[in-house]
Design a protein around this ligand. Sequence first.
Ligand SMILES: Cc1cc2nc3c(=O)[nH]c(=O)nc-3n(C[C@H](O)[C@H](O)[C@H](O)COP(=O)(O)OP(=O)(O)OC[C@H]3O[C@@H](n4cnc5c(N)ncnc54)[C@H](O)[C@@H]3O)c2cc1C
Length: 324
Amino acid sequence: MWHVGGAGIAGSYLYRRMQDSGIESMIYDPRVENFYIPCGFATNKHLIIPYLSKVSVDLGDILETEASSVTVKGNNFQETEFRPSGLCTINKMELEKKILGNGEITRSTIKGNDGNIVDATGISRGYLGKIPGDLSMYAVEKVCRESPFKGFHFNFFKNGNGYFWSFPLKDRYHIGAGGVNLDEVQASLAGYQGERVLSRKIRMKPTMGNIVNGNIIGVGESIGYISPLLGEGIVPALESAEKLFQAISRYDDYESITRYYGQSISGRMKVFNDISIMVSNIQHGKTLNLHNILTARKALSEVKNFGMNPDFYKIFAHFLSAGK
Ligand SMILES: Cc1cc2nc3c(=O)[nH]c(=O)nc-3n(C[C@H](O)[C@H](O)[C@H](O)COP(=O)(O)OP(=O)(O)OC[C@H]3O[C@@H](n4cnc5c(N)ncnc54)[C@H](O)[C@@H]3O)c2cc1C
């Protein structure tokens, strides 16, 4: 029996995949229905569609807006507009419900320790527990009726300390900021009136060796499977859940499952880890070494995958020099 703790993106997806394959499983989450967890809702339609099709969800049922323009600015560079590729906003809460389908959530934490437990609890690592050196940033988001930015807008803080965003939804905007300094984050949002103001921390570094603890395995943000440059975690959460599902489908014994899963996520975990170190070096004003420069290419590729076109390279080069 698999007990999935957390009915966010990763947990819901994994549970649905197991249910559809006849693998005995239950899902738990103490969160009340429709409780708003902060998230910009931005993703890339080309990357998310393959996962949606595996759980019979149509993009049209959860799509909020598709980006037609993206503007980016920063401390050291002028606002630049460029053409997006697949960047969109989706209704993440609706997506979680649609993924679950008829599946029922037990509205509590997991009690007892029988069977296998999946920690899909995001930032809280409710089952895997805290680890030394865990790295997170502050994030605050306002749900607004108006925004001065009609398209998708990013404004990077000085020294790579974080960024401000405004993303259009169907009839609202998600305006938020994430960064290492809470005062800077809040100051960037001071002029915006939100119907709701939400905040939580966001994990900014993969937990590398800490993805399994006894009978508990982590997926999604609980193991830092999230792009540390932009804090993009929706598609990575689906990706890690699919990889764990593949491992569970393939092997009967727990040891082989954890080994196969660990191997299948290790390549992307290393990329996330390298980017996280590069960002930290920029933030601390350290001179970037050759490895960091090579990592910048991987970071650029992550950003392109998110839906930004190659013109972003110019801004990225500027961003890299901002800490000097
Ligand atoms: C402000 C903000 C903006 C963001 N914007 C974007 C964006 O625009 N695009 C993007 O791709 N990513 C974004 N992210 C990141 C993205 O939201 C997450 O990385 C992603 O949702 C992680 O999915 P998950 O399933 O791992 O965890 P979550 O979606 O966080 O789900 C965790 C679930 O676990 C539940 N839970 C907690 N403790 C327990 C427990 N003990 N037992 C059972 N259940 C428990 C919670 O109630 C929750 O439902 C943003 C994050 C923040 C904070």
